[in-house]
Design a binder for this molecule. Structure first.
Ligand code: S3P
Length: 441
């Protein structure tokens, strides 16, 4: 899976209007496959994200002997094999671009009686894995990485794990989840304390599968040796995908969009809080719950935004939305300052550097700092930017077209298919003048 040969062309101007439903939540889709595979009984999933990342997780479990029917129209039927029912895969598991697949699987596979090898594409092969392999080693796991702590991961099975008490050095839901999943197999209790709240889909879904999770403030514990009972999982629309449209509409006067049944878990809604600080007109309607997760329709009306100092407490709650929030800042009146977000440098690309370079290429004063960026709002010009194979960078710059003075060409966009298949079609329907050329991945 290399993202090299797709280019987006966006003509300037337009507004976003209408009602949209974006595809299913990526984080929840991964977890539905993982827990469904390890459960006793049949799990029905609806709204599953048919993107390359969640499909990589699905194929990994198929390779370990789990029968999964679908996906068909977002529907899966997973024939769970039980916590002890996975089979050795015939070869290395290729997880493409997906950090979530690799880090969460590391937790599950550290506890299996067989060896596995986890690989990824060029981007995933550069990403830090010691953050999961080190605490897993403390639990008794044996995982080899490259000398730099990067993939491939060679996981030696047949190790008896023991529970640990662990304080996360970085706010990471992937690390937290890897340890909790390993904790299902460990002797005694595994407890993880987070420095700040991060997405809690693993905890919620474990509970939905009938597995007790003890939560007290920022400390989350599971006791090993339990079983998971199959259940029905309805995956809400992904707020991180909705965010491109939310921001595009919020920063473009004349826009009005309704995004239907989007997941609004409070550990994910930093983008809404930050947009509101910037003066955006957002309302939540028709609020409800699906599969233990809160959902709502989000209505957004475009207006002029203002620059803000982004509160650091919002950073983990908006961690995937900064590429598009930087575009909002570029169109806002005044200066926007982000601090405390060094994690952005180890995502699918270095999102601080790549966004700063792209915004500069479009005539915006954007100064990268070690842990964030300072952006002075101005007039976005046209030009060519590089997405560096990062799906969220590509979609963020696509939205910049709404406020640009001339066409924008965005290179290296094929990985949009990892999280948002159908993005270009949906964006065109909503009113963005975007075309793509090149090969599908
Ligand atoms: C995710 C956690 C976050 C996020 C990623 C998905 C998850 O990563 O950026 O897109 O599903 O647990 P980190 O745990 O590295 O912050």
């Amino acid at each position: 899976m290399s993202g090299g040969d797709k280019t987006f062309f966006v003509s300037p101007g337009g507004t976003l209007r209408g009602r949209l439903r974006v595809p299913g939540d990526k984080s929840i889709s991964h977890r539905a496959v993982m827990l469904g595979a390890l459960a006793d009984g049949e799990t029905e999933v609806t709204g599953f994200l048919e993107g390359e990342d969640s499909l990589a997780t699905l194929r990994a479990f198929q390779a370990m002997g789990v029968r999964i029917e679908g996906p068909e129209g977002g529907r899966l039927r997973i024939h769970g094999v039980g916590v002890d029912g996975l089979r050795p895969p015939p070869g290395p598991l290729d997880l493409g671009n997906s950090g979530t697949s690799m880090r969460l699987l590391a937790g599950i596979l550290a506890a299996q009686p067989f060896d596995t090898e986890l690989r990824g594409d060029a981007s995933l092969s550069r990403r830090p894995m010691a953050r999961v392999t080190e605490p897993l080693a403390r639990m008794g796991a044996c995982i080899e990485t490259s000398a730099q702590g990067t993939p491939p991961l060679r996981i030696h099975g047949g190790r008896a794990l023991r529970g640990i008490e662990y304080t996360l050095p970085v706010a990471s839901a992937q690390v937290k989840s890897a340890l909790l999943l390993a904790g299902l197999y460990a002797a005694g209790q595994t407890c993880v304390t987070e420095p700040a709240p991060t997405r809690d889909h693993t905890e919620r879904m474990l509970e939905a599968f009938g597995y007790p999770v003890a939560r007290a403030g920022r400390r989350i514990c599971v006791r090993g040796g339990g079983r998971l009972s199959a259940t029905a999982i309805e995956v809400p629309a992904d707020l991180s995908s909705a965010a491109f449209f939310l921001v595009g509409a919020a920063m473009t006067p004349g826009s009005e969009l309704l995004l239907e049944q989007v997941g609004v878990n409070p550990t994910r809604t930093g983008v809404l809080a930050i947009l509101r600080e910037m003066g955006a007109d957002l309302t939540l309607e028709n609020e409800g719950r699906v599969g233990g997760e809160p959902v709502a329709d989000i209505r957004v009306r475009g207006k002029k935004l203002r620059g803000v100092e982004i509160p650091e407490a919002q950073v983990p709650l908006a961690i995937d939305e900064f590429p598009v929030l930087f575009v909002a800042a570029a169109c806002a009146e005044g200066v926007t300052v982000l601090r405390g977000a060094a994690e952005l440098r180890v995502k699918e690309s270095d999102r601080i550097q790549v966004m700063a370079e792209g915004l500069q290429a479009l005539g915006i004063e954007a100064r990268p700092t070690a842990g964030g960026m300072v952006i002075r709002g101005g007039r976005l010009q046209g030009g060519t930017v590089e997405a560096h194979g990062d799906h969220r960078i590509a979609m963020a710059f696509a939205m910049a077209g709404l406020r640009a003075a001339a066409p924008i060409e965005i290179r290296d966009c094929a990985n949009v298919a990892t999280s948002f298949p159908g993005f270009v079609t949906l964006a065109r329907e909503a009113g963005l003048d975007i075309r793509e050329t090149g090969r599908e991945i």
